[in-house]
Design a protein around this ligand. Structure first.
Ligand code: PEP
Length: 250
């Protein structure tokens, strides 16, 4: 049985005080008996402070991006070591906003993937098709290319530390959610791909999250699908009651 993993991507929201308030509200509202693993991914500027608030709780810390070099003249970039020094266990890589707005290529994502894994940071690796790609029947081709390229050179052993997040780009921040059937179809395709590329046991243990306008109202049905093991949440993770509602459905 795979555990459910619910992660909140705060994106470029929440200054330091708002971050402290949000994480405190989440902590206060968490039931003792919830079974899901919970990850919060605040902006870089709040990581350290959020880490002190969640230390010794069941909430884990993630960052939203990193650079693949170890150190040096890379103005404004953040390394894996830096993230780990402020308590990060996870890092989101390949988010569609990084791919589309900041032109991040599969090759750069792959370099980040290998650098994160080499340091012991666990990637939440995002893949997903654009609306026009879905409409022209290219979804599986796009997903398969993103996975092949993003995971090039990654070993079966390292796959134990990777979460894949399927995030159809047309569903991110739009209020449009993939139907549970649409999401399940792609999740099962991803699991088969991973089984072929690595081992069946790797694919059986792989956590595959769905992301794209997840809310408390649709989380239960999405999370009840066979191959949906959690959610990567954007908008709804900025309100404690909504994020807690999603956690409660897991
Ligand atoms: C995301 O950006 O990862 C995301 C899923 O956003 P939203 O939940 O707002 O669609």
């Amino acid at each position: 049985m795979r555990k459910k993993v619910i992660a909140g991507n705060w994106k470029m929201n929440m200054d330091l005080h708002q971050s402290q308030k949000l994480v405190s509200e989440i902590l206060n509202g968490l039931g003792r008996d919830n079974k899901a693993e919970i990850i919060v991914c605040p902006p870089f500027t709040s990581l350290s402070e959020v880490n002190s608030l969640i230390k010794s709780t069941k909430i884990k810390l993630g960052a939203q991006n990193m650079y693949y070099e170890e150190s040096g003249a890379y103005t404004a970039e953040i390394s894996a070591d830096m993230l780990m020094s402020v308590g990060c266990e996870y890092v989101i890589l390949g988010h569609s906003e990084r791919r589309v707005i900041f032109d991040e290529s599969d090759d750069q994502i792959n370099k980040k993937m290998k650098a994160a894994l080499a340091k012991g940071l666990k990637p939440i690796f995002c893949v997903g098709e654009l609306l026009e790609q879905r409409e022209s029947g290219e979804t599986m081709k796009v997903i398969s290319a993103q996975i092949e390229k993003g995971l090039e050179g990654v070993t079966s052993e390292q796959m134990k530390n990777i979460i894949i997040a399927y995030e159809p780009v047309w569903a991110i921040g739009t209020g449009k959610t993939a139907t549970p059937e649409q999401a399940q179809e792609v999740h099962s395709f991803i699991r088969e791909l991973v089984a072929k590329k690595f081992l069946v046991s790797v694919s059986e243990n792989l956590i595959i999250q769905y992301g794209g306008s997840v809310k408390p109202e649709n989380a239960g049905e999405l999370l009840s699908q066979k191959d949906i093991d959690g959610a990567l949440v954007g908008g709804a993770c900025l309100k404690a009651d909504l994020f807690l509602g999603i956690i409660a459905s897991a």
